[in-house]
Design a protein around this ligand. Structure first.
Ligand code: FE
Length: 293
């Protein structure tokens, strides 16, 4: 595995820092929701980012019982904890420390995401990635990766990088998508270290430190907040400095520039398509055709 350096000549600046919103979802899971509906256009093709993290079983034990999705992809990254996934397409997987689950809901999946622990820390992320109009009704797809199977590398500067999607420093990640070209990195920086990542100027990008704070183009980004990176036309990437030991995720993707219509767990292009999704779900058609597929 060759690790190349990525020297950034013109780093992107920080456009905005967003503090998360404390919300409850599923059957009562406490979440820091950082990417909300009002940012879907700005951060196209990303629709949502939730950060869960608690040592209190009451904050997560109820989990996410059976619920539907249509029209996009969910990417769950479990830093610490155990969660079992089951879906209507017959997929089942146990997601544990460092593991990733990538689910393309396409035309419809009904699934549950339930904790398999009743004490201790559960921490991780769920990211929603939109599908282009042409793929919204595609056959569902699912894959999970154990922590050890997510490609990773360490730079000369000491940054340890897990490449969930896209590629970084010549290392290809676990998942590639050719329309939205998502980049999803988990980066650990020792105190004083810097990490550079090339990014196409037109791709929307954000980072979220979950341990410690980092500095991007002279601007401090506090722990558990999201920095939206400016799409400076002349910028060729991002440079992140850590004054203290820090861990952050960096996410970027190519915007779809298509209409976004959302009703809860359904994300389509028009209201009519949303109505169809609700009707299909109520009639038991959502997810059924995937059975045994
Ligand atoms: Fe779900």
């Amino acid at each position: 595995m060759t690790v190349t350096t990525e020297n950034i000549t013109q780093p992107r600046s920080v456009e905005r820092v967003i503090a998360g919103q404390a919300v409850m979802d599923g059957a009562g899971v406490r979440i820091n929701r950082v990417l909300t509906q009002s940012l879907q256009r700005r951060l196209d093709p990303f629709l949502m980012l939730d950060n869960f993290g608690s040592e209190e079983a009451n904050d997560y034990i109820a989990g996410f019982p059976d619920h539907p999705h249509r029209g996009f992809e969910t990417v769950t990254y479990m830093l610490t904890g155990r969660m079992r996934h089951r879906d209507s397409a017959g997929n089942e997987g146990l997601l544990e420390n460092g593991g990733v689950q990538w689910m393309t809901a396409g035309r419809g999946v009904i699934h549950s995401e339930m904790p398999e622990q009743d004490a201790g820390l559960m921490e991780g992320f769920q990211l929603w990635l939109n599908l282009p109009a042409k793929d919204k009704l595609m056959k569902p797809w699912y894959k999970d990766f154990k922590g050890g199977d997510v490609p990773s590398f360490t730079t000369d500067a000491g940054a340890t990088v897990h490449v969930i999607a896209g590629s970084s420093h010549g290392v290809a990640g676990a998942v590639q998508r050719d329309v939205t070209e998502p980049l999803y990195l988990d980066v650990e920086l020792p105190a004083g270290a810097t990490f550079g990542q090339l990014l196409p100027a037109g791709h929307n990008a954000f980072l979220y430190p979950y341990r410690g704070s980092v500095t991007v183009a002279g601007k401090a980004v506090a722990e558990r907040s999201m920095a939206i990176l400016a799409n400076d036309a002349a910028a060729d990437g991002i440079a992140v400095q850590a004054q203290e030991a820090a861990k952050f995720i960096l996410v970027a993707g190519k915007p779809l520039n298509e209409p976004i219509a959302q009703y809860g767990p359904f994300v389509m292009n028009t209201q009519q398509e949303l109505q169809q999704a609700v009707e299909d779900f109520r009639a038991g058609r959502l997810g059924e055709e995937a059975h045994g597929a």
